[in-house]
Write a new protein. Structure first.
Length: 248
């Protein structure tokens, strides 16, 4: 009798689970948990900023014809926006620009580990700090408020936000007219060089190989499993699982 009852319960649970409607972003749950909960993610952020300080100290020993500058991306490089995506996942909301825009207006992003301290250190050494972001120009004030809440010193004139051009190359070149960019920080490859703009996944990896010596030297990369150009570079119109590589 008990065996039969247990079998009925198991079959019932199996049937129920097979009919659970998952969030459209269910596949990202592990990524969000890792970013929000793991000590490894926190450690990698500290590692990136500690390495950057070593590289900056070394560069400060050199002379440049122009004043030094550092260029940062913002989202998932200085700001942790995982709270916004986590809210959407828990409420079965597919990612959309409007949802992210609403998050930006709250100005509630947290600073990533090591970000504030490094920016303060750079400024204390008379290094100009710029921010090139694909947030839109109408989001500048809310972004400045977020920086203020985190006590991170930022000049409004040093925010280069997106107008019509998604590529960051023109904005980097604008800074390079007056400054020597000694370090670039980002979580997306296009934060560093236009060579990665609009490339396939395989092309992006080949360019990474060609520029391998730049990473940890001039390019400081942060982990971001949540979103990014890497997703757009994958083949379209196929199941995400079909992109997995299982043959070494």
């Amino acid at each position: 009798m008990w065996k039969l009852l247990i079998q009925v319960i198991i079959l019932s649970l199996t049937f129920s689970c097979s009919h659970v409607e998952l969030s459209p972003r269910e596949y990202q749950v592990g990524a969000y948990l890792w970013q929000q909960r793991s000590g490894e993610y926190q450690a990698l952020c500290y590692q990136a900023y500690n390495l950057a300080r070593l590289k900056l100290d070394r560069d400060l020993e050199n002379k440049h014809n122009k004043k030094r500058a550092i260029v940062f991306d913002i989202d998932e490089t200085i700001f942790d926006n995982s709270f916004s995506g986590a809210y959407d996942i828990k409420n079965n909301i597919p990612w959309n620009q409007k949802s992210f825009d609403q998050w930006v207006t709250l100005s509630q992003a947290h600073a990533m580990a090591g970000a504030k301290e490094f920016i303060e250190y750079a400024i204390s050494n008379r290094v100009e700090v710029f921010f090139i972001s694909n947030r839109t120009i109408d989001q500048i004030d809310n972004t400045l408020l977020n920086f203020k809440r985190l006590n991170i010193p930022v000049k409004k004139d040093n925010l280069f936000f997106m107008t019509s051009d998604w590529s960051k190359e023109a904005r980097r070149q604008e800074i390079q007219k007056k400054y020597e960019i000694v370090l670039l920080f980002g979580d997306n490859l296009h934060d560093f060089d236009m060579a990665w703009d609009h490339k396939s996944s395989d092309e992006r990896k080949k360019i990474v190989d060609k520029k391998s010596r730049e990473f940890g030297e001039r390019f400081i990369v942060f982990p971001n499993p949540l979103y990014g150009d890497w997703e757009n570079s994958l083949p379209k119109n196929i199941d995400r699982k079909d992109n997995l590589i299982i043959n070494p």
